[in-house]
Design a protein around this ligand. Sequence first.
Ligand code: GUN
Length: 299
Amino acid sequence: MAEIIDGKSIAEDVVAKVKEGAAALKASSGTVPGIAVVIVGEDPASQVYVASKSRKAKECGFHSVQHSLPETTTEDALLGLIGDLNSDPAIHGILVQLPLPDHMNSGRVIQAVAPEKDVDGFHFINVGKLGTGELETAFVPCTPAGAMVMIERARGRDLSGLNAVVVGRSNIVGKPIANLLLKANATVTIAHSRTHELPALCRTADILIAAVGRPKMIGGDWIKPGATVIDVGINRVPAPEKGEGKTRLVGDVDFVAAEKVAGAITPVPGGVGPMTIAMLMANTLTAAARAAGAEVPTF
Ligand code: GUN
């Protein structure tokens, strides 16, 4: 049976390091890391995410501000707020919660965040730095950064000689994680919905990343014995066994089948999910340390 990679416990470990790092930064430079989270509209899922980001930031000892704007906010007003936050020296990290309302151009909004405060890692400058391996000054998107911390704990920092297959080519997960794996010397293949012979390709993977958003798509017979399996999928499916109208979360991997074959595997929930907020805190501390000219912690 596979080792279960416990995302909750690794995330707690990262957050503990962030708290220590924030205290050390304050003691050495007087800088308190500051994060601004911006949400537009009333989407209930986004409200929950944003509240937990703000809460975790306070727990880390950060200066944390939340801007909740009405659905009817104009794009110009949002861009004005981002401009103010870009020039506010107390704010080191800015996160604009996605999705934005339909009347806004998300691309334009994302590119308005100053790259050195872009703790989501979505700005073209940060995407380009990741693509060219300039990680010293980049911000890496939080979910792939968290997945990579888990892979390092399972397989070490040097993945030379290992085959990694990433299933999914999104800008937020698939492409950035492929770049991180490449930087760590893995031999990387990005697969997607048009890939032929996907099960056979997955069976070549020493490290298999599932990031497609299709419940239990990856079966046990797709997995190489002993592989490290990182399931980034979070899919809500009906759970009639829990009662009428109830739901539960499952990943992109058929966990019960996969854990019999894999060497190590992340569960859903409790795997990559908790790592995302932890890495947002880590990125914010990194932004503050860079701004203060202090040593930048590693996670
Ligand atoms: N909405 C869902 N996930 C994310 C994320 O990682 N960053 C932002 N900004 N919005 C999101």
